[in-house]
Design a protein around this ligand. Structure first.
Ligand code: NDP
Length: 338
């Protein structure tokens, strides 16, 4: 008889439905055995829809289940901290959605508690598993574009109707910064091996009036001298995501690549000796980002390697996002008075 490694889902969420249940089931010998919702009927309906054998009545019920070896936390952001701490105390490995928590100390406590109980903690920064971004990273390491000078990040999207809920209204974990800035900080750290040392940020008038930001434009400075321009939003319906990495000897242009899907194009753009711009589209061995991230997590559970994004990575991406939140508050930028 094959031994099953069981997972408990903490949160009957859209991301679990759309990507993570399949990603867990894609791992040999792994199965989702229980799901917890704060609404018992919704939990049962979710379990039935996804052929999950058990709908837990409480967190304790899910964590006491000996068939549960790992949990995937995808509740709303203000709940991650307590749920992760309790899961660690119950000896379960924790794959947690971003942002890990709402403040740095909580996120650090999550890392410490998982360490104390000898369980893996990972942050589900899925973009680290993008084959396109991995190719971009290899290009940077090869030196083909020389020293990086600037980065431009295009991460303004339109929220689908089903996600126009707490992200747009909650003062306790909503807003585009906790949702997307964490990803961008992590993605740039993955590519550049560095986090920004200074950030400025502005949101638009509508966001300021609403009290929860759904658009933000930022400039980030890095100690190495790199300056990044980052645009994120929830209401930009006719754009596509992208990243441009501008180096002294060339530019890498990733289009349609800050997404959940294994898609997008990466172009290397350089001027030849005659000053003409040349463009070469690079081959990308696209792969499912969530399956790859879960594979890395499973390896770490088995004592082989580290997750794609660790708990510490989640602490650092949250630190950048909270600095951006502070910059939005302080408005420490010069006003343009025409
Ligand atoms: P959802 O709004 O789908 O789920 C969050 C919670 O809302 C669920 O746990 C559930 O509570 C409740 N909920 C969901 N659908 C319904 C419904 N139809 N009616 C009533 N309640 C509902 O959020 P997401 O899936 O978008 O995000 C969840 C977490 O995952 C967040 O932390 C987010 O930041 C992260 N995320 C990460 C992504 C990534 O690529 N890494 C992508 C998207 C999200 P209950 O469990 O109590 O039923």
């Amino acid at each position: 008889m094959t031994t099953i490694t069981g997972w408990g889902l903490i949160g009957a969420s859209n991301i679990a439905s759309s990507y993570m249940i399949d990603a867990i089931r894609a791992q040999e010998g792994h199965e989702v055995v229980s799901v917890l919702s704060s609404d018992a009927l919704r939990g049962q309906a979710f379990a039935a829809e996804h052929s999950i054998e058990h709908a837990a009545e409480s967190l304790a019920d899910l964590l006491n289940n000996p068939q549960v070896h790992a949990v995937y936390i995808s509740t709303t952001n203000e709940l991650h901290f307590k749920q992760a701490i309790q899961a660690a105390q119950a000896g379960k490995h924790v794959l947690c959605e971003k942002p890990l928590a709402l403040d740095i100390q909580q996120a650090k406590d999550m890392v410490a508690e998982c360490e104390k109980h000898g369980v893996v903690l990972a942050t589900n920064h899925h973009l680290r598993n993008s084959a396109l971004l991995a190719t971009a990273k290899s290009c940077l390491q090869s030196g083909i574009i020389g020293k990086v000078q600037n980065v431009r990040v295009f991460h303004a999207v339109a929220l689908p109707a089903k996600l126009k809920t707490w992200r747009l209204t909650s003062n306790n974990g909503g807003g585009v910064v906790l949702d997307i800035t964490v990803h961008d900080a992590d993605t740039l750290a993955y590519l550049l091996d560095e986090y920004p040392s200074e950030v400025t940020a502005l949101t638009d008038q509508a966001s300021r009036a609403a009290g929860v930001e759904d658009a933000v434009m930022m400039i980030w400075n890095y100690n190495s001298g790199i300056m990044a321009q980052v645009h994120e939003g929830f209401k930009t319906g006719h754009s596509q995501t992208g990243i441009e990495i501008l180096g002294e000897k060339g530019t890498l242009i990733g289009t349609n690549c800050l997404t959940q899907e294994p898609i997008g194009e990466l172009v290397l753009q350089q001027r030849n000796d005659d000053g003409e711009l040349t463009r070469k589209t690079l081959d990308i061995p696209h792969r499912n980002l969530y399956i790859e991230g879960t594979r890395r997590f499973v390896e770490a559970m088995n004592g082989e390697g580290t997750p794609a994004a660790t708990g510490e990575d989640g602490v650092r991406s949250l630190t950048v996002a909270l600095s951006v939140k502070q910059a939005l508050e302080s408005r420490c930028v010069e006003r343009v008075i025409l």
